[in-house]
Write a protein that binds this ligand. Structure first.
Ligand code: NAD
Length: 339
């Protein structure tokens, strides 16, 4: 009897992983299992650090790495064939420039929409019931209820901007609270639960008690929330942003909070977050007055781009990133390629 043995097929991509975080490395090491040659550095990929990619075939980057046309051209000159994003959004990459020099770009189109959706809900719950204030208060043995008065979610109208994977996961949770859920998307009429009604952008602004942003940052969505849009929102309503910081004009949001147009703001992303997020700056003087002003409001919660940050999501991000590298190495057209 002839026995066939299975020879493992090894697809190796020499890849430099920029802006590696301590929390990701164990996932990469465990799930890669020796398949690809991975080199970890904590530096961001930018014009000053691009030379470190010499000798590699692929660069793997995250949300804050700067991929402008100049950086991409230099990557091509040193032989980089693939840019693998280990995130969904790709607003930080000049896709056209990558195409011009024939560098392929892949991303992780979906890993755990629930992780981000649940974080948006966590921001809403903290803001409605003021648990952030109660937590600090009780630690000082202050058990008063004054200024902790909240409101029910049941029966409120929740507007979703961007009814994609995360928007849909978020909408389903809010339906469970007994909210009326309405949505705006440029792909009007997507297949979503029938209880969710599509509306125009202006209707979302006018009707919603809570608006949650789940669209990408594009030229069309940059500063989608600004002075004019805040003035069309229900007075005292809540805005949640777990999409991208540039979708909200932060200075306009501060003005809207000061004059009471905006009642609550919960953000996991901030337009100038690159200089702050993912860093311990507790012993430093923060020079960004805008974020410092925001943090001072009692009705604002800022989290440091952590909506994606669950065990399940990390495992999926790393698995898909490694699969993207393997697909490229085998000559398959990776299905997660950004055109
Ligand atoms: P998706 O592609 O499934 O959905 C995005 C939706 O937005 C699509 O339905 C699209 O038609 C819609 N859209 C695009 N432009 C629009 C516009 N001008 N107005 C209204 N809708 C518009 O993406 P997703 O997986 O749901 O992710 C959404 C965004 O969430 C990502 O682009 C990313 O920026 C952000 N995100 C944040 C985190 C985090 O940790 N905070 C994690 C993952 C994703």
């Amino acid at each position: 009897m002839v026995e066939f043995c299975c020879i493992p097929i090894v697809y190796i991509m020499k890849t430099i992983i920029y802006s590696t975080k301590d929390f990701e490395r164990p996932y990469f090491e465990r799930l890669n299992n020796g398949r690809h040659v991975l080199y970890y550095i904590d530096a961001l990929l930018n014009p000053d650090t691009v030379y470190l990619a010499e000798g590699f075939e692929a660069v793997c980057i995250f949300v804050h790495d700067e991929m402008n046309a100049d950086t991409i051209k230099r990557l091509s000159q040193i032989g980089i064939k693939l840019i693998a994003l280990r995130c969904t959004g790709y607003n930080n990459i000049d896709i056209k420039a990558a195409k011009t020099v024939n560098i392929k770009v892949v991303h992780v189109p979906a890993y755990s929409p629930q992780a981000v959706a649940e974080h948006a809900v966590a921001l809403i719950m903290a803001l409605t019931r003021k648990t952030h204030k109660a937590y600090n208060r009780v630690r000082e043995n202050n058990f008063l209820l004054e200024n902790l008065l909240g409101f029910n979610l049941y029966g409120k109208t929740v507007g979703i901007i961007g009814m994609g994977k995360i928007g849909e996961a978020f909408g389903k949770i809010m339906l469970g609270f007994g909210c009326r859920v309405i949505a705006y998307d440029i792909q009007h009429g997507r297949d979503v639960p029938e209880e969710i009604a599509f509306k125009s952008f202006d209707e979302i602004l006018q009707l919603s008690d809570i608006i949650s942003i789940h669209c990408p940052l594009t030229p069309a969505t940059r500063y989608l929330f600004n002075k004019e849009t805040f003035s069309k929102m229900k007075k005292g309503s809540m805005l949640i942003n777990t999409g991208r910081g540039g979708i909200v004009n932060t200075l306009d949001a501060i003005e809207a909070l000061k004059n009471g147009l905006l009642g609550y703001l919960g953000i996991d992303v901030y337009e100038n977050e690159e200089a702050l997020f993912f860093k311990d700056l507790s012993a430093k003087i923060i020079k960004d007055d805008t974020i410092e002003r925001l943090i001072c409001f009692h009705n604002v919660i800022v989290t440091p781009h952590q909506a994606f940050f669950t065990h399940e999501a990390l495992e999926e991000i790393v698995n898909i990133t490694l699969k993207n590298l393997s697909d490229f190495a085998t000559g398959l057209d990776p299905k997660n390629q950004i055109e």
